[in-house]
Design a protein around this ligand. Structure first.
Ligand code: ADP
Length: 608
């Protein structure tokens, strides 16, 4: 904020206004006072002279009207001269007594003009008007007051003018006095102005100081500093303004921190959510993009901000921003590469005002690769199941058709055909059972009925069962330790797992082959192995044999009555027990299936 110039500042303005008001007030008082004083001084001056004239007027009339027949009596001029000499002549510079023919009869100052004619406007006016006549005139730089008073022959109404008194008084003293008074007044004005200016500055400060404080506070607030408080100097309007200002600061600080907290919350929500979020302005330019969106789209924030959303999503060929605004359904964005599937789903929602004005667009991006994979697997699974069921059913239909067409009468063929349908039916039952098993394991409420068993015995018993019932010429070798190992397992499920593995080993073992059974302890787990000298599995398929319906040789597996689900079920069950299952194999040399599971050395161990 720029600094307020000196003459624009309130401080100077207040002082100036204050001083101007005082000057105007003093001027009005001064002019009124001095004019009234001058008037009154003049009046006093004139009154004192007029009163003296009134007193002497009578004696002069008497002398003028006196009969001068007596030779001994003094002349009129002498008598009048005596009267003038006795006249109190303070402030008076000249007194003349003039008869009605304008002849000077007596003079106070200049005896040489006695007897001469005296023509004077004021005297002429007084004689003709039979009244006092006066004027102020300038004589050698000084103001003099000239007064002419008529002398009447009597006091009655029919009186006549018989002469006049002419007086010249020095009125300059009155003006001198006024000048002194005005000077005193001017000095007083100057002094009061000086005091007023000092007081004005102090007074203006009491107003401007809190305002300056508030200005500084507002500047600090604009820089984000809310810790300052304005000092409250009093309980007047400015004090209340300061209080309101402090209150405003607090509210602003609260609002600011709430906004800041909300912003942080939003930022943390946006960056911690798994979905990508992109927001645009009303022109479709990206204004916000969260971290997951950056990762999904493999871009940086700098290169994305301010770019059109359609181009960021790689949709600029097919869609404009307008299209995206009206997009009701989601769009799948396939960013899959040859080695890695990667599919995103983008949903759009428009930020709109009540008036319908579009303010921006929010795009939420969601990784649906896994979902799509599951969906694909589901479709594949359904296709596999249908295929697996259709094959035996087609076989059975053709055999049953042949039987119905008359083959049932042929004693040599009929039993074989019936046998085939029976085998196929059994295989279908096995398949359906396997599927049911899998579906049970997939369901959430799948539970294991666990019990403690000594694994050595448990394993031996299963191998015994196979050894006794085997029809092939296969040798069984056992590598089972003497120490007892206890496992907490669902025995039915584990039996099924081991059955599946051993029957596979038997299925793929050549005549005269060898199957080895054993287990060891590795990394706190029992590691069980079933190894054969069979045909083996190609390297690239070793991991796939645990997938549902996967067989290396589909025709051969089916011919052997396999469903392609045995190892998939085994994998689910072993993982449910907290173990792992895998295969190691070499084509033409043999296959070893391994699985692990947690164990106890002592059955009682857990109960102590
Ligand atoms: P199947 O019912 O076909 O045996 P499995 O899930 O049990 O289904 O096995 C899947 C596939 O794994 C088999 O079709 C076979 O190709 C291969 N396989 C399993 N065990 C062996 C083994 N011991 N030797 C060779 N191949 C095997």
């Amino acid at each position: 904020m720029h600094k307020v110039s000196f003459f624009k500042s309130i401080h100077v303005k207040i002082v100036l206004i204050y001083v101007l008001l005082i000057i105007i007030a003093l001027q009005i008082i001064g002019i009124y006072f001095s004019s009234k004083l001058e008037e009154s001084l003049k009046l006093n001056f004139k009154d004192s002279i007029t009163q003296r004239i009134d007193l002497v007027q009578y004696s002069i009339r008497e002398e003028l009207l006196k009969d001068r027949g007596d030779e001994t009596s003094p002349s009129l001029e002498q008598s009048l001269g005596v009267i003038l000499l006795e006249f109190p002549n303070e402030d008076i510079s000249e007194i003349l007594i003039i008869n009605d023919r304008n002849k000077v009869l007596a003079s106070l100052e200049n005896q040489s003009i006695v007897g001469s004619r005296f023509d004077n406007d004021t005297v002429t006016k007084a004689i003709s008007a039979e009244d006092y006549s006066e004027s102020i005139r300038l004589e050698s730089g000084n103001r003099v007051w000239v007064l002419a008073a008529p002398i009447m022959d009597n006091v009655g109404p029919n009186s006549e003018v018989i002469g006049a008194i002419y007086i010249k008084a020095d009125i300059e003293s009155v003006f001198e006095q006024m000048k002194d008074i005005n000077q005193i007044f001017a000095i007083g004005t100057a002094m009061s102005l000086a005091i007023t200016i000092v007081l004005g500055i102090l007074f203006a400060k009491t107003i401007t100081k809190p305002i300056l404080d508030m200005r500084r506070q507002a500047q600090a607030m604009s820089r984000g500093n809310y810790s300052r408080k304005v000092r409250v100097y009093g309980d007047d309007e400015i004090g209340q303004l300061a209080l309101a200002f402090n209150h405003l600061t607090n509210r602003l600080q609260e609002a600011q921190s709430t906004t800041e907290a909300e912003r942080r919350k939003l930022a943390s929500v946006l960056s911690n959510m798994t979905d990508g979020v992109i927001a645009t302005d009303r022109k479709g330019k990206v204004i916000l993009i969260n971290d997951p969106a950056l990762t999904f789209l493999d871009v940086t924030r700098e290169t994305t901000l301010s770019r059109p959303i359609a181009s960021v999503l790689g949709l600029d060929q097919e869609y404009s921003f307008e299209d995206l605004i009206h997009m009701k359904e989601s769009i799948n964005l396939d960013y899959s590469t040859q080695d890695k599937p990667f599919i995103l789903r983008a949903n759009f929602s428009v930020i709109q005002k009540e008036t319908g004005f579009v303010n921006g667009l929010i795009t939420v991006i969601h990784d649906i690769t896994e979902q799509e994979k599951i969906e694909m697997e589901r479709r594949e699974f359904v296709a596999n199941v249908s295929h697996e069921l259709r094959t035996p059913l087609t076989t059975m239909r053709s055999y049953l058709e042949a039987l119905a067409d008359g083959a049932w009468r042929d004693e040599n063929i009929a039993p074989t055909f019936l046998n085939v349908t029976q085998t196929e039916t059994e295989r279908m039952i096995r398949l359906v059972n396997d599927l049911l098993n899998l579906s049970k394991m997939d369901s959430r409420d799948y539970k294991l009925n666990k019990e403690f068993v000594e694994f050595n015995k448990f394993f031996n018993r299963i191998i015994d069962r196979f050894e006794m019932s085997k029809s092939q010429n296969v040798k069984f070798t056992r590598y089972i330790p003497d120490t007892s190992y206890f496992v907490e397992v669902d025995t039915d499920k584990l039996t099924q797992v081991i059955d599946n593995i051993i029957s596979n080993a038997l299925k793929y073992s050549p005549d005269g082959g060898n199957i080895r059974f054993g287990f060891t302890v590795q990394e706190n787990m029992l590691k069980v192995m079933v190894s054969d000298d069979g045909m083996g599995i190609p390297k690239e398929n070793v991991t796939k044999i645990f997938d549902r319906f996967y067989r290396v040789d589909r025709a051969r597996s089916r011919a052997m009555g396999g469903t392609g689900l045995g190892l998939a079920i085994a994998k689910e069950m072993i993982e449910a027990h907290g173990g792992k299952i895998w295969a190691e194999s070499e084509e033409g040399v043999g296959t070893t299936i391994f699985f692990t599971m947690p164990f106890e050395l002592d059955e009682a161990g857990d109960w102590e």
